[in-house]
Design a protein around this ligand. Structure first.
Ligand SMILES: [Zn+2]
Ligand SMILES: [Zn+2]
Length: 254
């Protein structure tokens, strides 16, 4: 029985590799590297470069930098790599963009693996017991979710939850009708739009009280979405909130 199962698993993996060859998420070329790393060597170098970016204030890498506090509530931000808005054709920009339109489980697994380490560091630094923490994310609009068939932040958070053992609670909601994309707005409008766009799902109100919340998202630009969600969670009785994102927008050349 065991041999049969092993044979089945191996055949399945071989067939999958044949039908869906391992392609680099950054540039699309076929790679023969390990399937768990979704980049070719050249794109992986660019991703490493974006993680090696040093904060101009503290001169530490983004994973170690604790300079950024978002919004009036001074929400602490933890990020993996730097994103520069003017470089549109590098591996990090293409990675961020491709996640929004297509669900690629290998990519989400890879990113969740990286982000889980940062989540564990953040939890250890902020203190509290492991049971005090929960994970959540700002969801996409219903319309967008219907269009693309998935919510990339949900996919990522689900995997981080599996890897870290921190429970995920889908407690944030999009307010019906609020559907203006943040990227089309200026800084002040982003804050107002974010405040109008999110709410707390009433059935989870009890699960939030007294908890330490990690808000997971793909990118922090002005931080308007994350700080609006953090304010809602704090109002609902969360003990503390921190934001953990894949990327942080920076304005210096990477
Ligand atoms: Zn590549
Ligand atoms: Zn810093």
């Amino acid at each position: 029985m065991h041999v049969l199962k092993l044979w089945y698993e191996r055949t399945k993996t071989a067939l999958r590799a044949l039908v869906y060859p391992n392609r680099c998420i950054g540039c699309g070329i076929q790679t023969d590297g390990v399937p768990s790393v979704p980049f070719c060597a050249a794109c992986m170098t660019q991703v490493r470069q974006a993680s090696a970016y040093r904060c101009p204030e503290c001169e530490k890498t983004l994973m170690q930098c604790r300079c950024v506090r978002l919004g009036a509530a001074e929400l602490p931000l933890y990020s993996l790599f730097a994103y520069h808005p003017k470089t549109e054709n590098d591996a990090v920009s293409r990675l961020l963009l491709s996640r929004k339109t297509r669900l690629q489980p290998a990519v989400e697994d890879f990113l969740a693996g990286q982000l889980s380490t940062l989540c564990a560091c953040a939890a250890a630094e902020c203190g509290g017991e492991a049971d005090d923490w929960i994970l959540t994310y700002p969801p996409r609009s219903r319309k967008k979710r219907r269009e693309v068939g998935h919510d990339h932040s949900e996919e990522l958070t689900k995997r981080i939850s599996r890897l870290t053992g921190i429970p995920m609670i889908v407690c944030m909601e999009r307010v019906r009708g609020a559907d203006i994309a943040q990227k089309t707005l200026g800084a002040r409008e982003r804050t107002e739009n974010a405040q109008d766009s999110y709410g707390l799902s009433a059935r989870f109100a009890d699960d939030i009280r007294g908890k330490r919340v990690m808000l997971i998202d793909d990118i922090a630009t002005t931080g308007a979405t994350l700080s609006a969600c953090a304010a809602i969670l704090s109002e609902a009785g969360a003990d503390s909130v921190i934001a953990v994102t894949l990327a942080r927008t920076v304005h210096e050349q990477i």
